[in-house]
Write a protein that binds this ligand. Sequence first.
Ligand code: PA5
Length: 419
Amino acid sequence: MIKTDLSLASEYLPPLGPWLERAARALDAIPSYDYTGWLHLPTRTDAALPNEIEAAAARIRADSRVLLVIGIGGSYLGARAARDLLCPALGGGGTELLFAGNGLSGQAAAELLAYLRGRDFSINVISKSGSTTEPAAAFRVFYELLREKYGDRAPERVYATTDGEKGALLGMAKERGFTRFVIPSDVGGRYSVLTPVGLLPMAAAGIDVRAMLAGARAAELEYLRKTELNPVLHYAAARQALYAGGKKVEVLGCWEPRFRFLAEWWKQLFGESEGKEGKGLFPSSLELTADLHSMGQYMQQGERLMLETMLTAASDAAPAVPYWEGDPEGLNYLAGKRLDEINRVALMATAQAHAEGGVPVLRLEMPAVTAASVGNLFYFFELSCAVSAILSGVCPFDQPGVENYKQKMFALLGKPVKK
Ligand code: PA5
């Protein structure tokens, strides 16, 4: 269970009671919207799905050194966040997850092509619509390499995750005989991490997807209850109360590098859900303590626009600072202290300093990072985001603004207009 601590925001918050009541009403209102299939996804996931995912993942691990995950936005950020959180950053062995189709960089694609040429690989192409330019272009590029390497057997190495009923990718997958996984039609991209969109690449990387779903199930059962201590209601109510009080930016501060893509996933979730009708906290993130040495000055004394949400996890074993004879750089006062203990002191100091400097700090604490606790965290943020967006009066599940750049790009690229 995620724990919230609002004490370092208390002097900036109004009495929270009315906001909590409104948050509870927003929670009740979620099912009245479209695209809410994610709400009961953990408890309603078909029992056969983990078997199918694990079987496909076992095939990928048996024949591929790399699984290339092609997708953008909600179609890749969750898997990347989970991979970074749960797999060793260095020398983990096993099947490596690499990502493409999340931009249009020719240089990145060329490097990946060169890297994959000498390695066995499979592709998981993920697109709900099947027509998003970035992943569609990347799929063509990397599918050609599959064909070059494996000839007629190339389709056996393609896993397509897409809508179950419509879209260009679905048609192609059926025609060419790719292995198919379905994104439920009532689940939008940014709420899809606990569907095959996230689960297949996670399983291929060796993550225990059953444990992840179990953690998400526990979250669903816990956080849908309108109890006084429900952390979802507290987090959503506090961020909206601070927004109403004039804060414009929410900075997610994470204390381990492995949280970087969790923050990217979180930014998409909140940015696309709340940023509309001229409203919404701008979601941004810091990697601490590293960013204290680049953004710390602004956080302490710059424009007072921000609230800060500090996300921490119960810490794992970590090395201690060694004792050095002669104390050449004056560090012996820390000798014997573990790095994670020092990190936690830095967190407390930073949180207090920022709160005193005009930045309300909301604290979120998760248990140690495991597949189950990450599943719980994904669901916690999805539900918090939906409640928060409804509190601010916008629909959390559409993204009308994303279409604007696409239409302009299609026009400039000369895409034929369908008659
Ligand atoms: O949240 C969303 O719906 C978007 O970010 C999509 O995930 C993203 O645009 C990719 O779309 P698609 O899966 O249709 O290629």
